[in-house]
Structure formats: C-alpha cells, structure tokens
Design a protein around this ligand. Structure first.
Ligand code: AMP
Ligand code: MG
Length: 406
C-alpha cells in the first residue's frame, strides 16, 4: 500500500517559510564598520561612487604612447620621455613624438593610443612602430569600470571579498551595515553530555550546538551559547527567560516533538506565542516558531540530522530577513539517480547524497548510506542534498534528481 501522507496535518515547507517571513519585520538598526571588518555583513545603504574608476585614461600595456594619426605619415617617432604608473609624463606629445609608457600610467596629454613594446623597436631616441594602431589601442578609458554616481554595491547585499575590493577601489573605507543579530543557542535534554566528559549510562554526547554554531558563522550574528539545559521546568524557564532578554533570536534543539519528559513546550507557551508545527520535511517534521516576550524563537528537533536540515531550510531564510539580506536561493543541478532512491510521498525529503561525473561527463547521484535522522555521518561524508519533492515516491535508476551541493 502507498502512503500518500504521513500525516494529513503536515505543513509544506514553502508554506512554513512564508508563514515565518510574513511575521518578521526587517531590521532598521545599522552601524558603521571599517571595510576590513565588513566581510559577511549586510549593506544597509547603497554604495555610490564619488569617483570614476579608472580615474583617468591609462595604459593597459608596457609600450609607447603616441598620436595614432602620426603613424600614417611615418613609422618612426621621436622619444620624448617616460610615463610611469604614479609618475605621469608632464609634457605634451606633439606631432612626430612618442613617450615610453608603463602599464597603469596615465596617457600623456596629446597622445591617443598605445602600442605594446613587443611591436616596436628602439634605436636611440628613434622608435620604429611595427603596428599601426587605431585610437585608444591598449588604453583603459577613464570610468570604464565605474562611473561617477554609479551604485557599485546595492543595499541588502551580503559583502564578499570581491565586494570589499570593489568598495575599496572607489576610496570608501567605512560602510553602513545592518547590526548583527544576537542569536542564543540552547540544547535541551537530560541525556546530553558535553564533549570531553565521561559518558554515564544512558547518556549521549551533545553535538547539535557545534553544528549550529558553525553554520551560524556564515551569517552576521553574535552567538550566545546557553549550553545544555536539563529537562526540568525550573531550569528551562530560567534559561529561556534569560535568552529572551539577551537575544534577538533564540534557537533551541530538542523537546519540540511529542516526547514525554520534554517540558520545552510548556515553558514556551508560558513565555510567548509559539506555533508547534509538523512540517512536511524529512528529516525534520517537528518545528516550533514564534515570538517569546521580545525575541523570535525557533525550536528545532533534537535529532542531529533533523536539527541541521531544519536550520538550513527553515532558519536561514529567517536569519537572512532579520539581518536585512536579500534572500538567496541555493544553487542546484539535475543529476541522474545512479540507483533506486527510496522515498514515500508526503514529505519533502533532503536525503544526503554523493554526486559525481562519469567519464562521459554525465552527472550522477546516489544516496550516502543510511538516511536516519540520527545518522550524522550521512551528512558529514556526503557532498550534496538530493532534494526529493513532497509528493514524489521512489525514484528509479536513471531518473532525474535535483541536487544541492554542500
Ligand atoms: P528530542 O527532540 O528532544 O525528543 O530528541 C530527539 C533525539 O535527538 C533524541 O535521541 C535525543 O537524545 C537527540 N538529541 C536531542 N538534542 C540533541 C543534541 N543537542 N545533540 C545530540 N543529540 C540530541
Ligand atoms: Mg529531548
């Protein structure tokens, strides 16, 4: 028998994301930071150029600058001096004259073209040209990269290394960016033990915070780690209350499913307006979202793979919006299934896969071993998600699969 849906009350991922984004307000606080500390920050204002780049016509080659029309009369021109990058030739190039010029040096007054050194021959102060160039040959024109008044990087952009170079190239040393989001991390569960300690019977090592903290490094956030909290009401109430006061966004993992000894739900109900969803995502499903007294809140499932995947799929759009970033859609490719991929209709499945190209260049993908929500090695040793749509059943060998490389 085919299961059409694990549970008819499941919320499709796209609807969960829309419901989250609809509630959030964009940030309106910003600060100035120096360019060196701006990588990964989100621009709060357009960067408009007050100069043109390059600032003046300059040479793209080491060679000789001249008036190209003179070469129609004679191949031999008289050498008058040198133009270096940062040390312009101060005279004027007149008829029958040329100037030795280096890459980046300003084109001397009077000259209108450059011939590269390899196409010339020098005999004392007489330069013979073996190439008759057009105007502007090997000339980089003023403003050809950036014009005066041009928006070089738009508001809402998350700044990369290339953006920083571009901004520096117009002489801007400080930028206005959105303020960092303060994100609190809470792991809940009596069984959880910090790495580095001895493991008591029945206990397991806590691992989700390590993944979440590392994933958060890609965003303009400041993380406050509240550690591991026991499943008792007093401790949970205390830590959630504190995190709500300290943070813009609180992320917890564990205790949002129908577990018995999990008091997370009760405390959250006391503190704010939280929705407990069953999202049509696998791994994942239980997911809580809402507002505490002042901070936004996401409750991730405790299973390591579930918390990882729900963070990437549901929490990152929220962080992007709260930090004022343009929402990004991940890159994906279509590969062929190298073997049958097992899947039941009902939930969108983010199976962990390994993609590769065969000798003909064809892209293939296969599941990376066991896909259970507790099997972290399925992510660690994989190189992509195989994104299997909610309604899809088994995928046969050779059928197309959407993959999202890590
Ligand atoms: P829960 O969502 O609290 O019912 O937890 C589901 C499963 O995930 C249980 O097997 C927990 O032991 C495990 N788990 C919960 N939180 C963590 C964590 N922070 N690190 C590793 N495993 C966890
Ligand atoms: Mg638990």
């Amino acid at each position: 028998m085919l299961h059409t849906c694990d549970n008819p009350g499941l919320l499709p991922i796209s609807e969960a994301i829309s419901a989250i984004l609809l509630q959030l307000e964009c940030p309106n606080t910003q600060e100035k930071v120096t360019l060196v500390s701006a990588r990964g920050r989100v621009l709060a204002k357009d960067i408009v150029s007050k100069i043109q780049v390059p600032p003046a016509d300059n040479s793209a080659m080491d060679g000789y600058a001249m008036r190209c029309e003179d070469l129609a009369i004679s191949n031999n021109l008289q050498l008058m001096g040198t133009a270096l990058a940062g040390q312009p030739f101060t005279g004027t190039v007149a008829e029958g004259q040329c100037v030795r010029i280096m890459t980046g040096a300003i084109i001397p007054t009077g000259a209108n073209s450059v011939v590269m050194q390899e196409n010339t021959q020098a005999d004392g102060n007489t330069i013979t040209f073996k190439q008759i160039p057009d105007e502007d040959n090997s000339v980089r024109k003023a403003g050809e990269d950036i014009q005066l008044g041009q928006v070089v990087v738009a508001k809402d952009t998350k700044l990369t290394a290339a953006h920083l170079a571009l901004i520096a190239s117009i002489g801007v040393a400080e930028v206005d960016v959105t303020t960092k989001l303060t994100v609190g991390l809470i792991a809940t569960g009596d069984e959880l033990t910090p790495a580095g300690q001895d493991l008591a019977p029945g206990a397991i090592y806590e691992s989700n915070r390590y993944a979440l903290q590392a994933l958060l490094e890609d965003y303009p956030v400041k993380v406050i780690d509240y550690g591991i909290v026991k499943d008792d009401k007093t401790s949970l109430r205390k830590v959630f209350f504190q995190a709500d006061q300290d943070c813009d966004l609180v992320l917890s993992c564990g205790g949002v499913s129908v577990g018995d000894a999990d008091y997370v739900k009760d405390i959250l109900q006391e503190l704010g307006e939280i929705n407990f969803w069953k999202v049509a995502i696998k791994p994942g499903k239980p997911f809580a979202f809402g507002k505490l007294k002042q901070a936004w809140f996401c409750g991730l499932p405790g299973n390591p793979v579930s918390s990882y995947v729900t963070f990437e799929q549901l929490v990152t759009p929220l962080i992007e919006k709260l930090t004022g970033q343009q929402t990004s859609s991940p890159h994906y490719f279509i590969a062929k299934a190298a073997e049958t991929i097992r899947k039941r209709p009902g939930r969108a499945d983010y199976q962990r896969g390994i993609f590769y190209r065969d000798e003909t260049g064809e892209l293939w993908v296969k599941p990376n071993g066991k896909q259970g929500s507790g099997i972290m090695s399925s992510i660690a040793n994989a190189n992509c998600y195989m994104m299997l749509p909610q309604e899809s059943a088994n995928i046969n060998q050779g059928e197309p699969v959407k993959i999202e490389p890590f």
